[in-house]
Write a new protein. Structure first.
Ligand code: GDP
Ligand code: MG
Length: 335
């Protein structure tokens, strides 16, 4: 095949109009809407439901944490999904929130992450199956998890061994964003020391979290990602209730020592987390899921498929050659 020469830059003599392609794309995308799937992982009562409702400023999932000591712990990690359509300035976002109540609640938490990992892989597998069907749908309904919010208990000491195991497993299949839950229960000094500790543990165990390094980033994007990496894990406070501070009603919590304004950067890092998830990295979380996590799953599956089919092919050929092989008898070959 002849090589195609490098294109030469030409000047136009008049207005052609292909600069409208961005608005054509926008129109199509707007019609279709967007899909964002998030999973929350962490012990019951750490404020998972509350945080989701705080981020998206709507009551999307019920807060039904174990609020009293008499209430029994859940026995298994049951996966529950709720789906909502939210809209902002004409942009429609379909939000799937996957709740994993029961994770880490047991005395023996061995393998409690398995249903979560399985759920994430199952979504990849369902997507791959739909992609491989002959009559492929034009738009495959995407249930792949774009972001996993991992809730760290505000103990102020260190990550639990189970957390390290689970973080490692999760980070291999999904974009993980860890948060220090209910950080209002720690003083500023405790928070800083805890964060420091967590960071060094993550480094020590070689746990690679989102956002990942990439050659495609420009200087601004790289600087933003560096700031985010420094902030991670986000020390957050969630609240669905409003409190009045200086005559203004804000989302916050009132405790024995005073009032916390969830959206005040001096009080906690909620705003950093929300901006990261919704204002700067929403599209990148979706893209990274497809290009890194799903791609890894897909190539592994397809390679395995190829291997089994070539083995089957070999076996078939062997069987055929055994049956077809001319048998040499005393009177010459017998077929
Ligand atoms: P989940 O079981 O992890 O979903 O936890 P919930 O969202 O149901 O919250 C359990 C309890 O913790 C509720 O009473 C919440 O009001 C409370 N809570 C949620 N977030 C925070 C927080 O950031 N700080 C404090 N102090 N309490 C919180
Ligand atoms: Mg909950």
């Amino acid at each position: 095949m002849a090589a195609i020469a490098e294109p030469q830059k030409m000047n136009l003599n008049g207005y052609v109009g292909f600069d409208s392609i961005t608005s054509q794309i926008e129109k199509k995308l707007l019609k279709r809407g967007f899909q964002f799937n998030v999973i929350v992982v962490g012990q019951t009562g750490l404020g998972k439901s509350t945080l989701i409702n705080t981020i998206f400023a709507a009551h999307l999932i019920d807060s039904k944490g174990r609020t009293s000591a008499e209430e029994p712990f859940r026995q298994t990690t049951e996966i529950q999904t709720v789906s909502h359509l939210i809209e902002e300035n004409g942009i429609r976002l379909r939000l799937n929130i996957v709740d994993t109540p029961g994770y880490g609640d047991q005395v023996n938490n061995e393998n409690c992450w398995e249903p979560i990992i399985k759920y994430i892989k199952d979504q990849h597998s369902a997507y791959l199956r739909k992609e491989l069907t002959a009559m492929r749908e034009r738009y495959i309904q995407d249930t792949r998890i774009h972001c996993c919010l991992f809730f760290i208990s505000p103990t102020g000491h260190a990550l639990k061994p189970i957390d390290l195991v689970v973080l490692k497993k999760l980070s291999e299949v999904v974009n993980v964003v860890p948060v220090i839950a209910k950080s209002d229960s720690l003083t500023m000094e405790e928070r800083i020391a805890f964060k420091h500790r967590i960071k060094s543990e993550l480094g020590f165990h070689n746990i690679k979290l989102y956002p990942y390094d990439s050659d495609e980033l420009d200087d601004n994007e790289r600087a933003l990602n560096d700031r985010i990496k420094q902030t991670i894990p986000f020390a957050i406070v969630g609240s669905e209730k409003n409190v009045v501070i200086d005559g203004k009603s804000v989302r916050g919590r009132r405790n024995r020592w005073g009032v916390i304004n969830v959206e005040n950067e001096n009080h906690c890092e909620f705003v950093h987390l929300r901006d990261f998830l919704t204002r700067t990295h929403l599209q990148d979380l979706i893209e990274t899921t497809a290009q890194i996590h799903y791609e890894a799953f897909r190539s592994k599956q397809l390679l395995a498929l190829k291997e089994t089919s070539s083995k089957q092919h070999e076996q078939q050929q062997q069987q055929q050659s055994q049956t077809v092989q001319p048998q040499v008898g005393p009177g010459g070959p017998v077929i």
